[in-house]
Design a protein around this ligand. Sequence first.
Ligand SMILES: [Zn+2]
Length: 360
Amino acid sequence: MRVIKAIVLIIIFNFSVLFSQSTQRPKNIILLIGDGMGANYVSAAVLHFPNNPFRRFTSIGFSITCAADNLLTDSAAGATAISTGYRTNYYYVGVDTLGNPLTNIFEEAERLNKSTGLVVTCTVTHATPAAFVSHVISRKEETAIAKQFLEKDIDVVIGGGAKYFHETEASSSIINGFDILKNKGYDIYRNANELLASQPNNKFYALLEDEQLPRAKDRNYSLADLTKKVLPVLSQSDNGFVMMVEGSQIDWGGHENNQDYLMTELNDFCGAIDAALNFAEENGNTLVIITADHETGGMSINDGKPDGSNITLKFTTTGHSAEMVGVFAKGPGEELFRGVFDNYMIGRNLFQLLNPDLQF
Ligand SMILES: [Zn+2]
């Protein structure tokens, strides 16, 4: 028994030595999640949009997206695998299958004195961003999730969902979440014009709508515009930063089986990828990684011209599918994201890049 233990310890030791010697660790990590963006969606983007940013990546993998209790996952379990390194049940956010809280990469980054930020086009309390901030049994508990945002020190938050912050119940008294944020030193932006006209250099919350942000085609600003407001604030940190950007409504286009909605959201997301890659090129020492929580719609590209124009998308479901999703990485540590792997390995690799001493 003792011999086996010793051998196991030697293997673990060698693995961490190997990891720290051969793997370059980035100072900054920019993770971009296209909600529902299967490899088929990436095909549509690459075919249809010229000079597509997906062509700029040098390490590619495939992620198997299952939940712990379901072949077809949802955004809560899907994002939890990415944010914590563990699979959990459908609808669970940042907790294991028994409901116990799991440490997420934002919490680890904060512990290492790195800055953190998130930008989404849904409510900031929606399943995907919630998995980087909160720990609840049900993604539906958006008010409880908002309360957990107030307990954290995320440097920049941009998205919708202001209504969940107007009034948050805390120990029997009603407290306005915006007052709490101001007391914690945050600047607050309440609409897009106000944010776009400013050059933020302090930590801030920009909750631009009560519900989700408008669809990309109905906005006069892009996800790239929002991403570019965050980077100058986060890059002030000497210890680097971890940032999550979500193309949240790509999934909703898939659920609606709505080609125009899906493609315009995908295009908006590609703009944010370009912004992230440009930042990484200018500043160096930044890992940019793109993936999805699952595929939506069982979509296929059934018709079109060889130049990618006039494509026709067809769908097999209004729900999610178990198609693998792509993982695209560029920057220090990118080699960890090559191959075919389970979705939780994305989280585990991100943790190891933040802190090679961590063991799973
Ligand atoms: Zn969905």
